[in-house]
Design a protein around this ligand. Sequence first.
Ligand SMILES: *[C@@H]1O[C@H](CO)[C@@H](O)[C@H](O)[C@H]1NC(C)=O
Ligand SMILES: *[C@@H]1O[C@H](CO)[C@@H](O)[C@H](O)[C@H]1NC(C)=O
Ligand SMILES: *[C@@H]1O[C@H](CO)[C@@H](O)[C@H](O)[C@H]1NC(C)=O
Ligand SMILES: *[C@@H]1O[C@H](CO)[C@@H](O)[C@H](O)[C@H]1NC(C)=O
Ligand SMILES: *[C@@H]1O[C@H](CO)[C@@H](O)[C@H](O)[C@H]1NC(C)=O
Ligand SMILES: *[C@@H]1O[C@H](CO)[C@@H](O)[C@H](O)[C@H]1NC(C)=O
Length: 456
Amino acid sequence: MALCHLVPTLTLVVILSLVVLSYQQPPLDTAEQESVYQVLDSVNSAIPWRSLFPDDLCVSAPHGVVCDYPSESDASVGGNETARIVELNFGYLSDFTTNPPCSENATLNPLLFTSFKYIRKLFFYRCFNGSRVSLPDVPLSFGSSLEELVLIENPSLVGPLSGILRNFKNLRRMVMTGNGFYGEIPNLIGDLLGLEEITLSRNQLAGELPGSLANLKKLKLLDLSQNNFEGSIPESLGNLTELLKLDMRSNRFTGQIPGSFRHLQRLEFLDLSFNHFGHFGIPLFLGEIPRLKEVYLSENSLGGKIPEIWENLASVKRIGFSDLGLIGNIPASMGFYLRNLSYLGLDNNKLEGPVPEEFYHLDLIEEINLENNNLSGGIPSSMEVREKLELAGNRGLCLDDTLMNSKNRGGLGKLKPCNKKADIPHAVSFNGGSLIRFNPRFLFMSLGILFVFTCL
Ligand SMILES: *[C@@H]1O[C@H](CO)[C@@H](O)[C@H](O)[C@H]1NC(C)=O
Ligand SMILES: *[C@@H]1O[C@H](CO)[C@@H](O)[C@H](O)[C@H]1NC(C)=O
Ligand SMILES: *[C@@H]1O[C@H](CO)[C@@H](O)[C@H](O)[C@H]1NC(C)=O
Ligand SMILES: *[C@@H]1O[C@H](CO)[C@@H](O)[C@H](O)[C@H]1NC(C)=O
Ligand SMILES: *[C@@H]1O[C@H](CO)[C@@H](O)[C@H](O)[C@H]1NC(C)=O
Ligand SMILES: *[C@@H]1O[C@H](CO)[C@@H](O)[C@H](O)[C@H]1NC(C)=O
């Protein structure tokens, strides 16, 4: 009885699902299908794409060619919507990707920028690396639905950035690294308000940065490293408060590192090394960026002493302050506060005085490079040499018996043995009374050292 009652309902369900099925899978627009073949041929004409994939490309396509069907609302409004291409991925064939591989004479087909009205992602990885391929002048109408533009390691793809940047209202990721792009960053970039990532590293981009970059409030990642950018970094970039990573390494930036960077409160990675920043010292704002994990300033003429800014930086893992013209002592507070530090590079400066005894607090340290300074005294005997401790080029430094006999002396250079009478380091050279109050462990360990030395 119960079953009989269900029959009409079941029939209805079956009919409905048939309707829905046939409705959900309209064929790919024939013009788009033809354009896909042409684009595939210009990427690699040695593969017979048309005979390998003769049917509707939304039913059977090479990996990397991605279709989407119109949403139900589109369909009920238009009724005649077709399927469309939403992603095209090409390039390097490896065990990890089976995207259509590019041949040596691959070209960038202009149809890419005219035929696919619904394209959301364009991806070319290690595709253009032979004869020179110029960026076509991309039409103004291109890319209203583009969300990701990814061109990676295409050294022979050349052209000005202004040739490809259009009004990509929906663009979230612009990843164009290792190509032959030149020219300035166009002001227009400040209109692409959806951008969360800009990676333009390893091109030949030049000129000053447009202030309009500061409009991009959603930006989390800005990587302009290894280009020829010059001038000062706009103070307004301090407005990019969502930034997690800022990489400007290896350019020709001059002037002062903007103090407005203190507003980048979420920043975890900052690399400004290998530039021409002037004699303004290590920026104090670093001490106000609580989530900082890595900071690299090496090879700038910043000068000055290492400031006492480490109190709130327990999260810092890596510090690169090589070749900055630093003078004065290494602050003992670095050893005391930077409990998560794994790499410290202070080499090729003019630092003097002792290696702070407090460095023995650095439980997670893997490498300390202090080469080519003017440090003096003994190496704290309580400090374990882990992966690497590089000390060569400090004429005043000496090795005590423990380190002298250690097997793990790699990188210690030809340090002379300490003269026992003269050079026993102070057990507690960091005179932080308040610190001792708040940190019983510090007190305990310091007492331990005092005890050891007394017993000796
Ligand atoms: C690429 O070179 C091959 C020969 O090596 C040639 O047959 C093919 O037509 C060329 N393709 C393009 C797009 O120029
Ligand atoms: C749907 O059909 C209408 C009327 O024939 C036409 O104007 C419109 O361009 C079509 N839409 C698509 C996406 O083909
Ligand atoms: C470009 O080609 C050269 C020579 O075949 C190769 O060594 C190099 O790794 C290639 N570069 C990229 C980015 O694929
Ligand atoms: C951006 O920062 C600059 C200088 O730091 C400031 O004067 C300006 O008001 C800020 N602009 C916006 C839109 O927040
Ligand atoms: C130190 O590193 C550990 C392990 O990576 C992490 O769990 C911890 O949160 C870090 N401490 C700070 C203060 O960031
Ligand atoms: C190295 O430091 C000593 C004092 O410890 C000083 O007398 C000497 O001038 C310094 N040498 C250089 C090259 O700075």
